[in-house]
Ligand binder design. Structure first.
Ligand code: ADP
Ligand code: MG
Length: 211
């Protein structure tokens, strides 16, 4: 069975929980190579989304839920990550508008649209130590899993696993975008906070789909 509007709501609820649990960890990652606000910004944003979730119609589609997340993150999360994640969820919504259930192809379509939206907005390429270094491996792994005939939860699991590896792989990189780029070589050895939050959000999506 494809992913439903109920999956999307449960993903939001679980995301809010996971981000709250990792608030300090994300702040700790952002402190040495940024300004230490990443965990706080995202936590505030997802708590706001959570508060608005009950206002959705009972038959809200995944795209309706993604759109709510987008609008709320854009209006409540400052810094670089707010507009970037906001764009990602908005483009994801656009890729699956009206569909009550998302099959594997639709999952790959929204993941791809989300990543492309972040690139359009932030202009980051792979290897520049940003959230793109988690998103692009996730998109590629999801597409590979779809081609291998995997189920929807397996496709999301592949995306999450690749995002986790991608986040880890930002550690040796020099940053070319965002605040961390001001540090030059001093950014080496630190994991990118946005890549880490991307891995957390995609793992949450997979966990909820597997339930
Ligand atoms: P700020 O840097 O404004 O304090 P956050 O701390 O919330 O914003 O988010 C920082 C994260 O945003 C970085 O870890 C990185 O993943 C991501 N980021 C910053 N600039 C870009 C960009 N141009 N493209 C993609 N991601 C970016
Ligand atoms: Mg920051």
């Amino acid at each position: 069975m494809g992913l439903t509007g109920e999956w999307a709501r449960d993903w939001v609820t679980d995301s809010a929980e996971v981000i709250a649990q990792n608030r300090v960890a994300l702040i700790t990652l952002d402190r040495p190579i940024g300004d230490g606000d990443h965990g706080e910004n995202l936590d505030r944003g997802f708590q706001q989304v959570l508060a608005k979730l009950d206002g959705l119609a009972p038959d809200a589609t995944p795209a309706d839920v993604f759109k709510l997340v987008a609008m709320t993150l854009i209006s409540t999360v400052g810094g670089a990550a707010g507009p970037l994640y906001g764009t990602a969820y908005l483009k994801a919504a656009g890729a699956v508008t009206g569909a009550p259930e998302l099959d594997g192809a639709a999952i790959v379509a929204w993941l791809t649209a989300a990543r492309d939206g972040i690139v359009l907005r932030g202009k980051a390429e792979s290897g520049e130590k940003t959230m793109i270094d988690a998103w692009t491996p996730a998109v590629d792994a999801a597409a590979g899993a779809l081609a291998d005939g995997r189920t929807e939860p397996e496709i999301l699991d592949a995306a999450a696993t690749a995002a986790e590896a991608g986040a880890l792989a930002t550690e040796p990189l020099v940053a070319r975008k965002g605040r961390a780029s001001y540090l030059g070589e001093r950014a080496i050895g630190h994991r990118d906070p946005g890549a880490q939050s991307t891995a957390l959000l995609l793992r949450s999506a997979a966990d909820v789909a597997a339930r």
